[in-house]
Design a binder for this molecule. Structure first.
Ligand code: WQD
Length: 349
């Protein structure tokens, strides 16, 4: 931890710009960065987050971030942020992320997830800030040709606009790096982040009904929702339900500290890493794991498949382990307990 703080002190005058800082992964990464001694400038439009998250970050870390409310599509706002702050690196978390929703709202997804990044990159270039960590996703692999998935696995054939939007941005970043090798870019392909900070002060808190499995299960357990719809049990998987690689959001956040270290060490480069645990769990296994960890019942009904879903997806994250000295350490039980703890806290406050 001392090394992290030392690096943070060296970069004291320079700050890390976090887009989507109040979002699920952005907020957890802010906590880890602040704890490592980094200073943060944050931006969020609260389209899928709440201002109260800033209080949660402060309560956990004891520190505040310099916050701007607004949208990444607002180039004037981005100009202001870059003019007013000594920024050394950008971590871009701001994006819509529901596979299911993206199928019915492609235009919104491409504007929000692709056009906004082009705006960000143009402002970064104007200010000669060329160090970026980008939140990509395992969905860029489409229906994987094999599992576990490595970074060399074929991408493309994406089955929903969310995954396609991430694939588009990855291509944009590869073209940008080819045009100017001064850039330092780390692309993190997240598998399925779940869970919450153990304090229960921040977690996955989507506006409206959850699209993702774990927040939905948690709200069934707190009886805010009646039952879980299991989207299909006729996939070619261990029990017919979808298999995913669930990773604790705090493990995911900690990978970003390693990513920042990597970019601070390198002169230039474009680096791609899978961030998962290497374990695939089915929907039914997740229901039972949640029930056992929290001693609750989660009623469910088997329903039709969700458009855009794939059968099975889990990671080979050995490249991140080797090159970043990062490995997920929190268990499925930790994920289930922390997710439930946050949802209970949120309901009661
Ligand atoms: C998981 C499984 C569903 C809800 C997510 C994020 C995406 C990206 C990748 C970060 C699937 C099933 C779900 C429900 C269900 N993450 N399910 N009932 O679709 O893998 O994508 O991870 O970049 O942003 O959305 O996650 O949690 O929606 O679904 O049966 O009510 O749970 O069919 O098999 P997904 P998810």
């Amino acid at each position: 931890m001392e090394n992290f703080k030392k690096i943070g002190r060296i970069l004291k005058m320079k700050k890390i710009f976090i887009t989507g800082c109040c979002g699920y992964i952005g907020s957890h990464t802010c906590v880890e960065l602040l704890d490592a001694g980094y200073e943060i400038v944050g931006l969020d439009n609260f389209s899928n987050s709440k201002p109260s998250v800033l209080d949660g970050i402060k309560k956990i870390s004891g520190k505040t971030i310099k916050f701007y409310e607004g949208d990444m599509l607002d180039k004037d706002l981005l100009e202001t942020i870059f003019n007013e702050n000594e920024i050394s690196m950008v971590m871009d978390f701001a994006a819509f992320k529901s596979v299911g929703d993206s199928v019915s709202k492609p235009i919104e997804y491409y504007i929000n997830n692709v056009s906004s990044v082009l705006t960000l990159l143009s402002v970064m270039k104007e200010h000669n800030i060329k160090s970026l960590i980008f939140s990509s996703s395992a969905t860029v692999y489409g229906t994987p040709e094999f599992v576990p998935i490595t970074e060399e696995s074929k991408t493309g054939g994406t089955t929903n606009p969310y995954g396609t939007s991430k694939l588009f941005v990855e291509q944009i970043l590869k073209d940008l790096y080819k045009s100017d090798n001064d850039w330092k870019i780390c692309i993190f392909r997240y598998f399925n982040p779940i869970g919450a900070h153990q304090s229960g002060l921040i977690g996955e808190e989507p506006n409206g009904k959850p699209a993702n499995l774990m927040p939905y299960i948690s709200m069934v357990a707190t009886k805010e929702l009646e039952y879980l719809s299991v989207f299909g049990d006729d996939y070619d998987t261990k029990d017919g339900t979808g298999v995913r690689d669930y990773i604790h959001v705090v493990d995911l956040a900690r990978a970003h500290i390693k990513g920042a270290e990597k970019l601070n060490k390198e002169k230039s480069g474009l680096f791609i890493y899978n961030l998962g645990t290497g374990e695939g769990y089915s929907v039914l296994e997740m229901i039972h794991a949640f029930e056992n960890a929290n001693h609750v019942k989660v009623p469910y009904k088997i329903e039709a498949r969700r458009p855009g879903d794939i059968a099975e997806c889990f990671a080979d994250s050995s490249k991140a382990e080797k090159e970043l000295n990062w490995k997920a350490t929190l268990t499925l039980e930790d994920m289930c307990k922390d997710a439930y703890n946050f949802t209970k806290n949120r309901k009661n406050n």
